[in-house]
Design a protein around this ligand. Structure first.
Ligand code: HEC
Ligand SMILES: [Cu+2]
Length: 371
């Protein structure tokens, strides 16, 4: 963890930690970002010092009074190679080091828990899987990777938690993600770092990093009674989605059970992975990516559903996935054996049609059954 002497590091952390220039280190990534930052700072200080010293020295040594007549120098290959290769090596180290950090920062672990963030003028809305909503606040457990899936309802925003060393653009019409793993319980600043209109400076909040048991208590204490997926299920019914997506073979729309995470063949012969972004596009611009074997009869829901509503629908469709997977049993090795349904009764193909009596398949028509 420490690339530099632990004693020096402790000193730096203590000294800098009390300065407003240097936010506390609240995430697993912070220390890596900081060490790299300090390395860059060091390289700059050394570079500036060398250049300044040489400018001053040469100005004094070769001033006009001492050398009234200029001498022509033909140059030195050795010297030129030195001042080319040494900086090149330093820059390549920065590049490699930065790239390694970049990949780590941009690649969320697969076991990360997901929280949705909707940015709008001028507030941050967080939606937890259990249906907990909060504004300008974000409660998270420590010691566990958390991924944020974010979208803006109006203009560009940027989501930043300096203590976690993260910052990511929040864009209208598109999900962006960022992840972190908080290491210390505490309360940290949350900012919008993209000028987004009159009250941009008020688009701030607090992150509450809590011990897992405190987080669990918080989720239980602030639940609205229904999860995002359950809200989505209600919306699915009230928008009339279930009239086409019945889960039956004869239905006008494709079966949505097992869709999430699967590869979908489109009418033009290409394949897409059904992730959050695909589901969102399918709901708002269904004509853009038509599923093979179906005609483009699905109406657009642009303007009829808020971003929060789309998130609810996406969560609902995702939950069909896991229910379906539980039914599959045999093809879901990550589940405990006790949870498995009746292996062998359902085709192993995840995108297969739901069987009659399959809870996931019939959930479209019977709202209230999916947990
Ligand atoms: C008039 C019938 C109809 C209604 C109503 C309808 N859909 Fe669809 N839906 C379709 C058809 C047909 C397709 C496949 C063709 C396409 O991709 O456009 C589809 C495709 C989809 C897909 C992509 C499926 C896949 O296998 O990749 C999703 C997700 C989806 N619909 C969700 C919804 C949601 C959510 C609603 C309600 C807000 C809804 N649909 C309402 C007919 C409908
Ligand atoms: Cu903003």
């Amino acid at each position: 963890m420490h690339y530099i002497s632990p004693v020096l590091w402790q000193f730096l952390e203590k000294w800098l930690g009390n300065s407003p220039l240097f936010p506390p280190e609240g995430s697993a990534m912070s220390v890596h970002v900081d060490v790299f930052f300090l390395f860059l700072l060091l390289v700059e200080i050394v570079g500036v010092t060398i250049v300044t010293l040489m400018v001053v020295t040469f100005t004094i040594l070769y001033r006009k009074e001492r050398h009234p007549v200029a001498t022509q120098i033909e140059g030195s290959t050795l010297l030129e190679a030195t001042w080319t290769l040494i900086p090149l090596a330093v820059f390549l180290v920065c590049f490699a080091w930065g790239a390694l950090l970049y990949f780590r920062i941009y690649d969320p672990p697969t076991n990360a828990m997901n929280i949705y963030i909707v940015g709008k003028q001028w507030m941050w809305k967080a939606e937890h899987p259990g249906g907990q909503h909060e504004i300008d606040a974000l409660h998270i457990p420590i010691d566990r990777p958390v991924q944020l899936t974010m979208i803006s309802q109006d203009v560009f925003h940027s989501f930043s938690i300096p203590a976690f060393r993260i910052k990511r653009e929040v864009i209208p019409g598109r999900y962006s993600t960022v992840w972190f793993e908080a290491t210390k319980p505490g309360v940290y600043h949350l900012f919008c770092t993209q000028y987004c209109g009159t009250d941009h400076s008020a688009m701030v909040g607090w992150v509450y990093a809590m011990k897992p048991e405190d987080y669990r208590a918080w989720t239980q204490g602030s639940t609205s009674g229904s999860s995002l997926a359950q809200n989505g299920e209600r919306l699915f019914a009230s928008l009339g989605c279930h009239s086409c997506h019945t889960g039956q073979e004869s239905a006008r729309g494709p079966d949505l059970a097992g869709l999430y995470g699967s590869k979908v063949r489109l009418a033009d012969g290409t394949y897409v992975t059904a992730n959050d972004a695909y589901l969102r596009r399918s709901i708002l611009t269904p004509g853009a990516q038509v599923v093979a074997g179906h005609s483009a009869i699905m109406p657009t829901y642009q303007g009829q559903v808020s971003e929060e509503g789309v998130i609810d629908l996406v969560q609902f469709i995702k939950s069909l996935n896991s229910n379906y997977r539980i039914k599959q049993g045999a093809t879901a090795p990550e589940l405990e054996p006790g949870q498995a349904g009746t292996p062998g009764t359902v085709p192993a193909e995840p995108a297969a049609q739901a069987q009659p009596g399959n809870r996931a398949g019939s959930a479209h028509t019977t709202p209230g059954t999916v947990k």
